[in-house]
Design a protein around this ligand. Sequence first.
Ligand SMILES: Nc1ncnc2c1ncn2[C@@H]1O[C@H](COP(=O)(O)OP(=O)(O)OP(=O)(O)O)[C@@H](O)[C@H]1O
Ligand SMILES: [Mg+2]
Length: 520
Amino acid sequence: MSTNNRLAPALKKVEAAKDKKKLAKEIAAATKQFRFIPWPGPQTDAYLSKADELFYGGAAGGGKTAMLAGLAVQAHTKSIIFRREYSQIRGLEDEAAKLLNSRDGYNATEKVWRHSGGRILEFGSVPHEWDREKYQGRAHSFIGFDEITHFTPSIYRYLIGWNRSDVKGERCRVVVTGNPPTTAEGRWVIDYWAPWLDPAHPNPAKPGELRWFTTIAGEDVELPGPDQVEVDGRVVTPRSRTFIAAKLEDNPALMESGYAAVLESMPEPLRTMMREGRFDLGQQDADYQVVPSAWIDEAMKRWKGDGKTGATMTSIGVDVAGGGADETVIVCRYGTWFDQLICRKGIDTKDGPATAGLIVQHMRDACEIVIDTGGGWGNSAFDHLKHQNVRIRGVTGSSGSTSKTRDRQLGFVNKRAETWWKFREALDPAYGSGLALPPDPQLRADLTSPTWKLTPRGIQIESKDEIRKRLGRSPDRGDAVVLAWVTALETGLSSAPGGRLQFQSKARMGYGRIKRSFRR
Ligand SMILES: Nc1ncnc2c1ncn2[C@@H]1O[C@H](COP(=O)(O)OP(=O)(O)OP(=O)(O)O)[C@@H](O)[C@H]1O
Ligand SMILES: [Mg+2]
């Protein structure tokens, strides 16, 4: 039964009550112990939600931060609430102080609050990816994230690993809050809570509805229900997620204060995102973003699953894992059509020969392979394939460039800047781009991430390390796609729809002997 359904009969009783003053006294007495009473509607639904991971998000001022503080001080013995930056913790402290009516028991240096007979509330910040280690192994029955879109998915997934209680029978839960993402980096929340937030999801969920997920081979998989499943010989218990939309209308005080007018005066699309809590509107591109998001969306819209039927594989782009959690990504390109990405965990491509084997397995039509030789096992895989007499080219991002922009006005600081800029030019709708990219959310995030600047030596693109800091992972998928385009520039293949595909009458599968040698 939804909260509204539970509330309706109670409100009827209130309306029917003859002595309203007496009733008010009774209510005040009954709720005297409560430090936080959620407002009727979504805030109460969020407070009572059964989900292991709840996203209570949407409009500004809907009472999201207060709800986190309310749950932490009242419903759990040991809680922690995170903000991305240390300085942002201030707002959380104020919200908790309002509920606890004082700052007694608070150690502002350690950010630990001991209150209400032994309960503990902590605040944490994780500005850098490595800061997450500070919280390793520290159990909390309640973990909150305020403004979740400021965090990377890797920080989030790491920190919720310690959502457990030392108190027998205590409920454990994770609650995140936030406005709709305004940058490409925050967009991961739409994928994580896709059944509620992604308008293209094939099986949309209602607000508050529980859906069940687990991770199989590093990928999130939605399961039909809460029943345990066997994955690689292990029994796995799925975790539930839900999303509940916060509205400004939920907040009587702010509505009365005229805050709605403040939000109404914001420029679009910010107004609609913040006033109505809409997640389906485009994020604003960063200033100096290399590839405009709209160009990538167009290319993804153009993509049809049968794009390679009867076509010749033109090239393969390979970004080799640099180790750890990175992926090795292989992209097969057929003219202007890019196939779905082949992604393998670094552990599966742990040396040059293994990586070379994987590439050859997917190679067709004697196409050219373009591989990143800037690090990881790329060099070793390159050497290995060179000795097999396949057409292969290594691209080292830091090496020099003699190329120029399409209008011949600017040069590039290095090869990385050149390859990315040339890919940008190929997507430019002003020149009638026909490039078709597979609709992969992580690829979209990678391609929209880098920014550029103009230096005396020409165009410079943000380094992979800098992007890794913001995304919390390496933009391997984007790099692989950019590499797969490199050879198109020399073959003169136009990115326009006319230059779409190259056909040949008889398919040449190519390099049978080499493939056989890798199969052994
Ligand atoms: N249940 C409640 N009872 C009393 N006051 C509340 C309640 N919920 C929220 N408030 C108050 O309403 C105001 C706005 O709430 P809050 O800051 O939590 O909104 P928000 O959704 O986090 O806003 P933003 O989108 O700006 O972060 C705060 O002053 C908060 O203390
Ligand atoms: Mg808030």
